[in-house]
Design a protein around this ligand. Structure first.
Ligand SMILES: Cc1cc2nc3c(=O)[nH]c(=O)nc-3n(C[C@H](O)[C@H](O)[C@H](O)COP(=O)(O)OP(=O)(O)OC[C@H]3O[C@@H](n4cnc5c(N)ncnc54)[C@H](O)[C@@H]3O)c2cc1C
Length: 382
């Protein structure tokens, strides 16, 4: 794996062991079928229980049946999954990071005990339902309402783009309450709930996103997590954007390595194309940006474990790494020439999947503005 500046030497033996374990599994069990499943728009569902045995699901929670690995180890696991199959990594990110992470942060003791152990084993799949048709970047202004009634809440509204929305056992669902935006544990067999898979999606085709509708759904009081306010959404995203920075890195490295291999073996004008100065310039640009991104994500992991990673820091790493991954995919595609658009060479799949990474968990613009707000003390958005 690409490591021009020996970043590996900055990892602990435990971190290397997690990375190597996930790498072996992902390359043997995910990568060989990733392109086919992507083309058919199908999820590698039969790999879910195997993922639960890798010791990474809910990996930074460290209780309730979840392993306790460092943020760097967790990030490296995300990187390795993304190198093999970015769609499957989105399943992992939503389930383990957004859903389990929210329950660990905001749930009651009883809620954590009920949901986290089976989710750590991947027996129950989690989703995270924040985005709405009219509220993507401005998620602070959600319109889905949970109105208090006897014994619980009546939920009305709709959600869009919800990953794992077709197969979840529990969704962390954000809705307006009289106290502000609050997270609920929502189960799919609730009366009044309906969902439609989103069609025509040309990125992350190997994982399903759905639109959800809630028509007078009853949610018992015991399913509300005891926090309120948009700051809680910001808090879970502060953590998961760290994971996404590593995911983007995995895709950038996959593209770079495909380009490097092609540049060494493809002969034009009697020479390997890697001997041409313009091709070398592209490879060096990719390797330079990957190296910078590796150091950025690793230091962010260390800050996170020390309790010193701010929202601006994780936003900056997410924005940077998704941007450089996008650039690396474009350059790799160029170096592969026509072969770059063939699905069997993986680069075009990564290139399209990165478009989703660039946009979800806060677009590049929004994450840049979160970092900008922290640097200046001035908010550029409401
Ligand atoms: C594949 C995929 C999976 C997803 N999975 C989930 C999921 O599991 N759960 C979930 O809740 N959501 C999910 N999302 C939703 C995702 O978080 C949103 O798409 C994202 O927040 C952007 O919202 P939007 O698409 O509505 O774009 P918009 O908010 O409409 O933005 C459109 C453009 O306007 C720009 N813009 C908006 N406001 C500003 C501003 N103030 N300043 C400058 N530029 C601005 C944006 O940067 C963007 O370029 C997913 C999305 C995708 C594509």
């Amino acid at each position: 794996m690409t490591d021009f500046y020996q970043v590996d030497s900055l990892l602990t033996p435990d971190e290397r062991a997690v990375r190597d374990r996930v790498r072996t599994w992902a390359r043997e069990r995910l990568a060989p079928r990733a392109g086919d499943f992507w083309e058919r728009g199908e999820f590698q569902a039969d790999r879910v229980l195997e993922l639960g045995e890798l010791g990474i699901v809910g990996g930074i929670i460290g209780a309730y049946g979840c392993p306790s690995i460092s943020s760097a180890a967790y990030g490296l696991a995300s990187q390795e999954l993304a190198y093999a199959d970015s769609s499957f990594t989105t399943f992992f990110g939503v389930h383990s990071g957004l859903a389990m992470g929210s329950i660990a942060l905001f749930g009651t003791e009883e809620q954590k005990q009920r949901w986290l152990p089976p989710m750590a084993r991947c027996e129950v799949i989690g989703a995270f339902a924040l985005t709405e048709p009219e509220h993507g970047s401005d998620a602070a202004h959600l319109e889905t309402v949970a109105a208090p009634v006897d014994g619980g809440y009546r939920l009305n509204g709709g959600k869009r783009w919800i990953g794992n929305g077709d197969n979840f056992g529990v969704a962390v669902l954000w809705a307006q309450t009289p106290d502000g935006i609050a997270p609920f544990l929502f189960e799919p067999d609730t009366d009044g709930f309906s969902r439609t898979p989103m069609r025509g999606k040309l990125a992350k085709r190997g994982v399903t996103n759905v639109e959800m509708t809630f028509a007078n759904c009853f949610v018992p009081e015991s399913h509300r997590m005891p926090v309120a306010g948009f700051r809680n959404v910001a808090e879970i995203l502060r953590i998961t954007r760290h994971h996404v920075s590593w995911t983007a890195l995995g895709e950038a490295i996959a593209c770079y390595e495909a380009a490097l291999a092609h540049a060494r073996q493809r002969v034009q004008f009697g020479k390997p194309i890697g001997s041409f100065q313009l091709v070398q310039e592209k490879l060096v640009e990719m390797a330079t940006e990957i190296t910078k991104a590796q150091l950025l994500s690793l230091q962010l992991s260390r800050l996170l474990d020390a309790g010193n990673a701010t929202a601006g820091m994780t936003a900056m790493a997410k924005a940077n790494n998704s941007k450089i991954a996008r650039d690396c995919a474009r350059l790799a595609r160029e170096i592969l020439g026509g072969d770059g658009i063939l699905l069997q060479n993986d680069v075009i799949r990564h290139m399209l999947d990165i478009e989703a990474i660039y946009t979800f968990e806060g677009t590049w613009d929004i994450n840049t503005l979160i970092a900008g707000r922290e640097l200046t003390g001035l908010s550029a958005f409401g």
